[in-house]
Ligand binder design. Structure first.
Ligand code: NDP
Ligand code: 2IT
Length: 448
């Protein structure tokens, strides 16, 4: 079966899972040159095998809110592929979570993790639980209840969850406590734990910092740099605010962040003080609009940042947040570089548009791999029970992001996707990630 036949099959079977079909098509459409060069992939049905998760675990979570009322949520863990190592990937708590979203995220994670060069398979989990407006004790009870179900399917060598939207170090620590309580095992079953009881330094910063390191490599490849560049970011969470922080450190000027309510614009640019203030504000679930009274700036209610002028965009909120209209605005407003901090933030039309207009574009699986890369470093630190310094992890992260950049750029060249120094990072990253997984599957025969 050819790749196009395999896509048709996925489209027919999973028409009710649009995000998953979108993620599969994006990979499929760019790996054709690799597939043509490797007839054994077709013979061994590698693509058809990789679009079906090893298994999906689905469960119910009962918990009690502060009023003593019983609440019922759905939870899942998609164990997609353990070809390269234990299933690895985050857990998302958001009302939009469903099987389609988790399958797209798990599928992406296989190739992202492969790109890091570290020994991890791909997986993703989560719940339709909405953390907004919940008290700390409600979050704690929910995390305990979630892990009471999940613990039987995960372990440091089987499946290692972490954070994602709505799940940070506080939630991971609650889940870790329940896992430890039920299994009596103190190990690296989750990453993103608090520093001091198994967490790695820099895991919190890693995704945002890594995305900006990736961008610095993209800029370097065009003999350009961050100096004086105006940067538009969406989201005001873990990825966005740490990306903004690193942009400042490298001489760029972050001028906008956003959340589900609107966009905050500061023409003077964010600095470390302002970013620390924003981190605290979000951690206390307070509105971004309070910023105006303290630092000035402008609030665009219900709007995304893309109507603003800028040189670089780092969409870091959620999937499909950038549509074709947004993509057109980005191009009109002068954006020359886009790195996806979020997973699949550009929809398929937006991706086509920015690529056609030769905006240098890095897909999430390459640009936001820094988070999971430092998760892998946390796993190895847990195994040897020794911890590295912030500077040591930072050096590793820089090297890993450079390697991902360079290997994607090399593959873009090798498979004739580079056009007049316009590097096709999307094709390059998909080819490199896919090849690493496919070669392992070939070596295993037909198990996996
Ligand atoms: P957080 O929960 O810390 O922050 C999410 C931010 O995005 C918030 O500002 C939130 O706004 C906004 N947001 C979320 N959903 C929507 C939506 N439907 N519409 C508008 N805004 C939305 O999550 P992270 O920063 O950890 O994750 C952001 C993205 O980065 C996700 O795509 C995630 O998969 C990806 N990612 C995360 C990694 C990590 O290590 N954390 C690693 C790699 C990728 P509000 O506060 O109003 O809800
Ligand atoms: O999308 C992602 O890469 C993450 N949410 C981080 C996964 C991880 O295991 O650290």
């Amino acid at each position: 079966m050819s790749i196009s036949q395999a896509i048709e099959k996925v489209e027919a079977r999973y028409a009710h899972q649009p995000e998953f079909v979108q993620a599969v098509k994006e990979v499929a459409l760019t790996i054709a040159p690799l597939y043509d060069a490797h007839p054994e992939y077709q013979k061994m049905k590698i693509f058809e095998r990789l679009v079906e998760p090893d298994r999906i675990i689905s469960f119910r979570i009962n918990w009690e809110n502060d009023k003593g009322e019983v609440q019922v949520n759905r939870g899942w863990r998609v164990q997609f592929s353990n070809a390269l190592g234990p299933y690895k990937g985050g857990v998302r708590f958001h009302p939009t979570v469903n099987q389609s979203v988790l399958k797209f995220l798990g599928f992406e994670q296989i190739f992202k993790n492969a790109l890091t060069g570290l020994p991890m398979g791909g997986g993703k989990g989560g719940s339709d639980f909405d953390p907004k407006g919940k008290t700390d004790s409600e979050i704690r009870r929910f995390c305990y209840a979630f892990m009471r179900e999940l613990h039987q399917y995960v372990s440091k060598d089987i499946d290692v969850p972490a954070g994602d939207i709505g799940v940070g170090s506080r939630e991971v620590s609650y889940m870790f406590a329940m896992y430890k309580n039920l299994t009596h095992e103190y190990g690296g079953v989750l990453t993103g734990k608090g520093v001091g009881f198994g967490g790695s330094l820099m895991r919190t910063e890693a995704t945002g910092y890594g995305a900006v390191y990736f961008l610095a490599n993209m800029l370097g490849a065009q003999s350009d740099s961050f100096k004086g560049k105006k940067v538009l970011l969406s989201g005001a969470g873990n990825v966005s605010l740490h990306a903004a922080e690193k942009v400042c450190m490298l001489g760029g000027i972050p001028i906008a962040v956003s959340d589900s309510k609107g966009t905050l614009y500061d023409e003077n640019g964010l600095n470390q003080d302002k970013i620390d203030w924003l981190k605290k504000q979000k951690a206390e679930s307070k509105p971004l609009t309070d910023y105006i009274a303290v630092y000035g700036g402008e609030w665009f209610a219900g709007k995304k940042p893309w109507h603003l002028k800028g040189d670089v965009a780092i969409p870091s909120a959620t999937q499909n947040e950038v549509n074709i209209e947004d993509a057109k605005m980005m191009v009109e407003n002068g954006v020359k570089y886009i790195a996806e901090g979020a997973n699949m933030p550009l929809d398929a039309d937006a991706v086509d548009y920015v690529r056609e207009h030769r905006v240098h574009y890095a897909p999430g699986k390459a640009a936001n791999a820094g988070g999971v890369a430092v998760s892998a470093l946390e796993m190895s630190q847990n195994s040897v029970r020794q911890y590295k310094t912030f500077e040591q992890i930072d050096e590793r992260l820089k090297t890993i992001m450079k390697n991902i950049h360079d290997s994607a750029a090399e593959a873009s060249d090798k498979y004739n996707q580079t056009d007049n120094n316009y590097i096709d990072y999307m094709a390059g990253a998909n080819i490199v990630g896919f090849k690493r997984v496919a070669d392992a599957l070939i070596a295993y025969g037909i198990l996996n």
